[in-house]
Design a protein around this ligand. Structure first.
Ligand code: PFF
Length: 463
């Protein structure tokens, strides 16, 4: 069974729910993950706060969302998954290479995503053992640094993550994680809300709120804008064919624009809630907002420790975060597995095992370079350790480039009448104005925006 079946099963088993909810739950299951609770807060912290968030929101509205809808259009029009859809819609042309590059990007993202997911899994047990019981940022920071700079412990956690994810993929996901995600995401939401209330009532919290809400544009550089764009793609799970595949299972009478907008809004809400839990606490406890990937692991334990039943709630928080991460990983993992089974005709088992081993191999270089004291910390590519390099290569280069190709395909290669037909559901939706905006964004705003942001982020032009 491939990923497409995951969604098909998902929709088919959602009796009692409208399929709109089924599709949104599946899409949101891929979108919500470590991106919301780990990446969004830490890159926001590194890039100065509110101004970065504003640029991120523009990137979503003007670029990420149009690309997401393009993927839906390509998927539903062709009724096929990533690589196959482009082959079907543009036979005998090199457009299918877009699917190939998306597949490669998904694989590379998995190499560091599994590493961070391993830390999240491990933190469940650390919370249960009571070893995270501190409200001192120094102690919390040192505990985290010594954990991730180790060799075997973080590696073994990464392998556990791979085994769990691989097992779910092999089991076919029928009643698995997607369904669980759907039930548990609301609980994660409630827990985030509890965190928010606690963080916002800490003395000194207002500085954190200001950090998130009052923009200071002096911190914004071309590189920050490129990071915001990469985050928009990463968050929405676009730029690697996952949403093309999901699009192929969106019912013919669902609104593609409506689905995209709802998913993007809910995803932003979860990210902002994570931000509201983390930044007020960062300032209240005198922690550093720009400390990078460790931010979540240092701040969240301190927030929970300052409330009753803190350790238990902390463990539950990391359980839910693990589930959200696993849901996102499944959609990522499926991209190379679907490619190997459909295009190379491997058995599903071989494809899963080989993909997991390849991720374990390359991913170990990410795990072993995550901190300054790690074993491979001194091995640098373009001045970055492997962990940072993989993040940069995928989010800041791979996703925008693949997203660019997908937007160009939907905007220029598909005919306008095909696009009108697909987005208006054969003329039954009265959304001509929205379609005109979508076409304008897909044909011009997104491609030009991506090219300018890429060139400036990489230092080729100065904005
Ligand atoms: N959107 C996920 C997150 O924010 O954690 C990550 C992700 C999942 C990216 C699936 C890409 C993807 F295809």
């Amino acid at each position: 069974m491939r990923q497409t079946n995951l969604v098909r099963t998902q929709v088919a088993t959602r009796e009692g729910f409208s399929s709109t909810l089924g599709v949104i739950a599946a899409t949101l299951g891929s979108a919500v993950g470590l991106g919301n609770i780990w990446k969004f807060p830490y890159v926001t912290g590194e890039n100065g706060g509110a101004a970065f968030i504003l640029i991120y929101l523009f990137c979503i509205a003007l670029i990420g969302l149009p690309v997401m809808i393009s993927e839906f259009v390509i998927g539903r029009r062709s009724n096929s998954a990533a690589v196959g859809s482009l082959k079907k819609l543009a036979p005998g042309t090199p457009w299918f290479l877009t699917g190939v590059s998306g597949t490669l990007v998904a694989f590379l993202i998995m190499c560091y995503y599994t590493s961070v997911a391993g830390w999240v899994y491990a933190y469940i047990f650390k919370a249960l053992s009571g070893s995270l019981g501190t409200t001192d940022p120094k102690v919390s920071g040192e505990a985290f640094a010594s954990f991730i700079s180790g060799t075997w412990s973080p590696l073994i956690w990464q392998w556990i993550v791979l085994i769990v994810t691989g097992a779910v993929i092999l089991a076919g996901v029928k009643n698995g994680i997607e369904r669980m995600t759907k039930t548990l995401l609301p609980i994660l939401f409630v827990l985030l809300l509890i965190c928010d209330i606690r963080a916002l009532t800490l003395p000194g919290a207002s500085k954190g709120v200001a950090f998130l809400l009052s923009p200071d544009f002096s911190k914004i550089t071309g590189a920050a804008i490129l990071t915001a764009l990469g985050l928009a793609f990463f968050k929405l799970s676009v730029g690697m064919g996952v949403m093309t595949t999901y699009g192929s299972y969106i019912g013919k009478n669902e609104s593609l624009i409506g689905t995209g907008v709802k998913v993007a809004l809910m995803d932003i809400l979860v990210s902002m809630m994570a931000g509201m839990a983390i930044f007020p606490a960062v300032f209240a406890f005198g922690s550093n907002p720009a400390q990078g990937p460790s931010l979540l692991f240092i701040t969240i334990p301190m927030v929970f420790n300052s409330m009753p039943f803190g350790q238990a709630l902390l463990a539950i928080f990391f359980v839910l975060a693990s589930i959200a991460a696993t849901g996102a990983m499944i959609s990522l993992f499926e991209v190379p597995v679907a490619y190997l089974t459909e295009e190379r005709h491997w058995s599903r088992k071989t494809a899963t095992v080989v993909t997991a081993l390849a991720i374990a191999l390359l991913g170990s270089t990410a795990t072993l370079s995550a901190s300054e004291a790690s074993l491979l910390a001194n091995f640098k590519i373009f001045g970055k350790g492997m962990f940072d390099f993989l993040g940069f290569l995928t989010d800041n280069i791979g996703l925008p480039l693949t997203g660019l190709a997908l937007a160009l395909f939907a905007g220029w290669k598909l005919t306008s009448s095909d696009v009108y037909d697909e987005i208006s559901n054969g003329g039954s939706l009265n959304n001509r104005g929205l379609i005109r905006y979508y076409l304008f964004a897909t044909r011009l705003v997104a491609p030009i925006g991506i090219v300018i942001i890429l060139l400036s982020g990489l230092g080729f032009i100065k904005l």
